[in-house]
Design a protein around this ligand. Structure first.
Ligand SMILES: C[S@@+](CC[C@H](N)C(=O)[O-])C[C@H]1O[C@@H](n2cnc3c(N)ncnc32)[C@H](O)[C@@H]1O
Length: 243
């Protein structure tokens, strides 16, 4: 089964709570305002109203619930038409009427929106998925930069090398790996096995890869023990350079 078919099957049986990610919430509400000033001094109650956001690879749509509450003008992608259909249904069931044509099918390597369409791009645990062994993270980051307006923000989470999902992964050269999860291997019915990731090594690599297109790049590292499941992520906010 290819990656799109695996994820389509996964979401077709997911009984979602549509609960947004805590750290994304904190970034948007300005809880880290000393470092990541997405609000420009304004209150979160008004700062995002009408701002154009793309939730790239939105999953079941859980973070869209938060983006809707904050007043964003929302678009999103996923990797199959069926997942986009299910996101549309999930949102309708949560009382959110998002036009179906705002949900488009595409991968990190080819984002189905025009250049400079967005003030914010969010990719929560998704930008590092590569289409195949010939794909590179530069394509995905180039796509993020392309669809962002100059001055727009990229808000992102990626796993680090001590995260359960990448333990035991086979190196493919560079920072690319093919997954063979050694801990929590049955998560999502074994969904992650054989996925190809760009594995960011440390905050410095995040900064280095984004620097040509983004300034500033602010990275935070999260590492904790999830009842025996090691969790390790880099979360970052990066501003699209002008021009
Ligand atoms: C860990 S989930 C995260 C979903 C969502 N952003 C969230 O926070 O719940 C990873 C997502 O990446 C998508 N995905 C898998 N391969 C991809 C690729 N090559 N390009 C873009 N997205 C991909 C999957 O369909 C899945 O929804």
């Amino acid at each position: 089964m290819n990656e799109a078919a695996k994820w389509t099957e996964y979401y077709s049986r997911l009984d979602s709570l549509m609960a947004p990610n805590e750290y994304l919430l904190k970034m948007l509400l300005g809880r880290y305002a000393g470092k990541v000033d997405l609000l420009g001094g304004a209150s979160w109650r008004t700062a995002f109203r009408g701002r154009r956001v793309l939730d790239m690879s939105c999953g079941d749509g859980r973070n869209i619930v938060l983006l809707h509450k904050l007043g964003f003008d929302i678009s999103a992608t996923e990797i199959s038409d069926e997942i986009c259909d299910s996101v549309h249904r999930n949102l309708a069931n949560s009382g959110i009427d998002l036009a179906r044509d705002r949900l488009r099918t595409g991968s990190n390597a080819a984002v189905p929106f025009d250049s400079a369409s967005f003030d914010f791009v969010i990719s929560w645990n998704a930008v590092y998925y590569l289409d195949d062994e010939s794909d590179t993270i530069d394509r995905a980051l180039g796509e993020v930069a392309r669809v962002l307006q100059p001055g727009g923000w990229f808000i992102c989470s990626v796993p680090g090398p001590r995260c359960y999902s990448v333990l035991g992964a086979h190196p493919l050269g560079g920072s690319r790996v093919r997954l063979e999860p050694a801990v929590n291997a049955d998560w999502g019915g074994g969904l992650q096995k054989d996925a190809i990731y760009h594995l960011f090594q440390d905050p410095a690599e995040v900064g280095h890869l984004l620097a040509p297109m983004f300034e500033p790049v602010q990275v935070s590292e999260l590492h904790w023990d999830g009842f025996g499941v090691p969790l390790h992520y880099f979360i970052f906010a990066a501003r699209r350079r002008p021009g």
